[in-house]
Design a protein around this ligand. Structure first.
Ligand code: GDP
Ligand code: IMO
Ligand code: MG
Length: 421
């Protein structure tokens, strides 16, 4: 049996914390897409940890963690992450497994990412510059190198061949930064990666499923950053939605049960691209300050705004969301009044559907106002202890989406989460 947990907005919904919270109920946690562009924050023994590629179940004894074939993996970032995780006494040789089909991010992919972004000028995507798009381009272009290739004697030859191809592209971009140091650390990190459990991911996961084990697929980024359904071209390069679980892990659709969608009680986006409910004013500033909205991977300030139910309902539809976790509800404690986007106005006409090209059609949000609860909720442990106005907010969202919020997260800590019965 497989459940999926993924972001319903533009990423950073708090997936890491929630996966860590649910991990004890699962046998395997598996990443199915994305790469080190992700930054999933969790607290272990009150210490903050940010994971980029290692699944967020890694701190739970007995839980196995799989990096699936749909991920693009940077050995250098993995090495750094391993050091952090090891410092908590976790033995990754016991609980981390990597698919041999997982594509590698090479130093030249990072250089190409940077060169491509620079060439876009003010049309830039706002990429995390981790080499994600060039690595996926080499995958679909059938040039990429995979983790399993590392075990082959011809790896260095294949690397040099691909590097030459990349060099031509970099020359075209007029990009001449010296990446020798990056290459050195890459080859050092590769040696460490080779010592980990490199497995046939599809057999690994299907044997677990057949043995009756419970699998949680951990999404990265968010549904509005999906390569097909997000705000293209301001998206990432993978399928972030639930369908990505099948091709990112080799799991047939009939095994997928719950799709747990994570949304903030408001909305953020980091990087460029349309964001209808963005607040470029004091309220937006306040959300950023109280919510500590700065990127976990790049440190960039996140753009902030009210919750967008049009986009959220769309995300529920394409993912088949069965349960919702609403995070960062405590961040709204300080606000006297809240707004919720219930429709878009495009060319004077109201719609509750996400348009093809948000950038050109510039939807104006139509808001419904709510009284804020305006009191501290971060210590609450039970739903019935929460203020009535928060319950009204939650119930309105449930009704609009036709899917129920089952959990409210009211702080970054592991124990700050309330189940709604
Ligand atoms: P992810 O990428 O979806 O895992 O999310 P990030 O880790 O990038 O960003 C979420 C941020 O919000 C992190 O700093 C978390 O520690 C924090 N966080 C998660 N849940 C809550 C919550 O309920 N309340 C507050 N105040 N912070 C939270
Ligand atoms: P987690 O898993 C938020 C954004 C970038 C940029 C766009 C493309 O922590 O939620 P890329 O590096 O893929 O070329 O960037 O996607 N982005 C994220 N935004 N959270 C993430 O991951 C993100 N990963 C990528 O800011 O706008
Ligand atoms: Mg993040």
């Amino acid at each position: 049996m497989v459940d999926v947990l993924l972001g319903l907005q533009w990423g950073d919904e708090g997936k890491g914390k929630i996966v860590d919270f649910f991990a004890k109920d699962y046998d395997v946690i598996a990443r199915f897409q994305g790469g080190p562009n992700a930054g999933h924050t969790l607290y272990v023994n009150d210490k903050k940890v940010v994971l980029h590629q290692i699944p967020s179940g890694v701190f739970h004894k007995g839980v196995l963690n799989l990096i699936g074939n749909g991920v693009v993996l940077d050995p250098v970032v993995l090495r750094r992450e391993m050091e952090t995780v090891n410092s908590f006494g976790v033995d990754l040789k016991q609980n981390l497994f990597i698919s041999e089909r997982t594509h590698l991010i090479l130093p030249t992919h990072r250089a190409l990412d940077k060169a491509a972004e620079l060439s876009k000028g003010n049309q830039k995507i706002g990429s995390t510059l981790k080499g994600i798009s060039p690595a996926y381009m080499d995958k679909t272009g059938r040039n990429g190198l995979r983790v399993g290739d590392l075990l082959d004697k011809s790896f260095t030859t294949s690397y040099i061949k691909l590097r030459l191809k990349h060099q031509k592209l970099l020359d075209n971009y007029n990009f001449h930064e010296d990446i020798t140091a990056w290459e050195e650390e890459f080859f050092e990190a590769v040696e460490i990666l080779k010592g980990l459990n490199i497995v046939n991911g599809e057999y690994f996961i299907n044997k677990q499923i057949k043995a009756g084990k419970k699998v949680l697929a951990e999404g990265a980024q968010g549904s509005m950053l999906d390569i097909d359904f997000g705000t293209f071209p301001y998206v990432t390069s993978s399928n972030t939605i639930s369908a990505g679980v099948s091709n990112g892990l080799g799991i047939a659709p009939q095994y997928i049960k719950d799709v747990i969608g994570v949304t903030k009680a408001y909305c953020t986006r980091v990087g460029s691209g349309p964001f209808p409910t963005e607040l470029e004013n004091e309220t937006g500033e306040e959300l950023r300050k109280i919510g500590n909205e700065f990127g976990a991977t790049t440190g960039r300030p996140r753009r902030c705004g009210w919750i967008d139910l049009v986009a959220l309902k769309y995300a529920c539809m394409i993912n088949g969301v069965t349960k919702i976790v609403m995070t960062k509800a405590d961040v709204l404690d300080a606000f006297k009044e809240l707004e919720v986007c219930t429709a878009y106005k495009i060319n004077g006409k109201e719609t509750d559907e996400v348009p093809f090209q948000m950038e050109k059609q510039k939807p104006e949000p139509v808001y419904k106002k709510f009284a804020g609860w305006n009191c501290a909720t971060d210590a609450a442990k039970l739903y019935n202890k929460l203020p009535e106005s928060m319950k009204e907010y939650v119930q309105f969202i449930n009704q609009y989406l036709g899917v129920t919020i089952n959990y409210i997260s009211n702080g970054p800590g592991r124990e700050q989460i309330i189940e709604i019965n």
